[in-house]
Design a protein around this ligand. Structure first.
Ligand code: HEC
Ligand code: HEC
Length: 265
């Protein structure tokens, strides 16, 4: 087990932010509190123990595990992770990493894929991003007409105002950057700066462990949480709109180093 220890100062400042912003300390479980105090990110425990175990578990009629065909030490494989969402020839679509896992389950393991909202799919996704930590986000947005269409569509979804408050992702994550909303700073999601505020390179640290919810979520689930908070109807996980949005948001972090799972509020 090689859980990365976080610098103690990091935890202290994170916990300080946490206690200032949230009135209810019970939002954090006692087990997680104990882990933070030892400098352990519970998301990494989840990646290794739940995701890693599933990766190595033989399944289906031929008893194949993911590890029968992919090695976490294979740079060729690891370097693909930051390229998702990625165009797939056989279905002529752009698919998320979550969906690529399902494709392998069906095609190569011969099992019924774990649903996108399941803990198992999230665990495998988290494990893959975890072992790809240190490599770069590098999604393709223009090499063929299908990819281009997804990218443009994702940008449109990001900018389209909807819901009862008539908001878009762009309003909060571009136009209102630097302002505060319910004690939280609005920040850009990409690598660059907007209005003098540094972006968070969100795609590089999702799936992330949300301390306020004591659980790991994928980036599409994080999008859904923003949609809910902003009064927008939630787009379904894995829908064309959602994958296009994920491609667009991920492209904003192109070049950023993957450090996942992140430890986030
Ligand atoms: C029997 C072999 C086999 C098994 C088992 C298998 N895969 Fe795959 N996987 C492949 C092959 C072959 C490809 C690439 C070819 C393709 O596109 O179908 C691939 C592609 C991938 C990719 C995309 C890599 C890229 O180049 O974009 C990921 C990620 C992946 N597999 C993850 C998994 C996970 C997670 C599991 C277990 C749930 C799994 N695979 C099970 C054979 C397998
Ligand atoms: C009403 C304002 C608002 C809207 C609209 C909104 N968000 Fe957010 N978003 C936030 C706030 C506030 C945070 C939390 C910032 C923090 O954790 O410090 C956040 C966080 C995020 C994060 C996590 C950032 C990180 O670095 O971990 C992602 C990803 C995200 N939003 C994506 C979206 C997407 C995609 C949409 C459009 C569907 C959207 N948001 C719409 C306010 C908004």
């Amino acid at each position: 087990m090689k859980f990365k220890k976080m610098a103690l100062t990091g935890i202290v400042s994170m916990m300080a932010t946490f206690s200032i912003s949230f009135a209810q300390p019970e939002a954090i479980s006692p087990e997680d509190w104990a882990l933070y105090q030892e400098g352990i990110n519970p998301g990494e425990v989840f990646a290794e123990e739940v995701g890693g175990e599933l990766f190595n578990k033989p399944m289906g009629p031929k008893g194949k595990s993911c590890a029968s065909c992919h090695s976490p030490d294979d740079d060729n494989f690891i370097n693909q992770i930051g390229k998702y969402p990625k165009y797939q020839k056989d279905c002529n679509k752009v698919v998320s990493l979550q969906q690529r896992i399902q494709m392998c389950q069906k095609k190569y393991q011969g099992v019924k894929p774990f649903p996108l909202k399941s803990e198992q799919n999230t665990a495998l996704t988290t494990y893959l991003k975890y072992i790809a930590s240190g490599t770069k986000i590098n999604v393709d947005t223009s090499s063929n007409p299908v990819v281009k269409e997804y990218y443009e569509y994702g940008k449109k979804v990001f900018r389209t105002k909807r819901g009862k408050r008539f908001l878009s992702c762009q309003v909060c994550h571009e136009f209102a950057v630097g302002r505060r909303l319910r004690m939280q700073w609005l920040k850009p999601l990409g690598k660059g700066e907007i209005s003098g505020v540094e972006g968070t390179s969100a795609a590089a640290h999702w799936p992330g462990y949300r301390m306020t919810k004591s659980k790991v979520f994928t980036i599409e689930q994080r999008f859904q949480q923003c949609m809910k908070n902003a009064g927008m109807k939630k787009l379904p996980l894995g829908s064309k709109e959602m994958v296009a949005l994920e491609l667009y948001v991920t492209s904003l972090s192109n070049g950023a180093t993957i450090e996942a799972p992140g430890l986030v509020r």
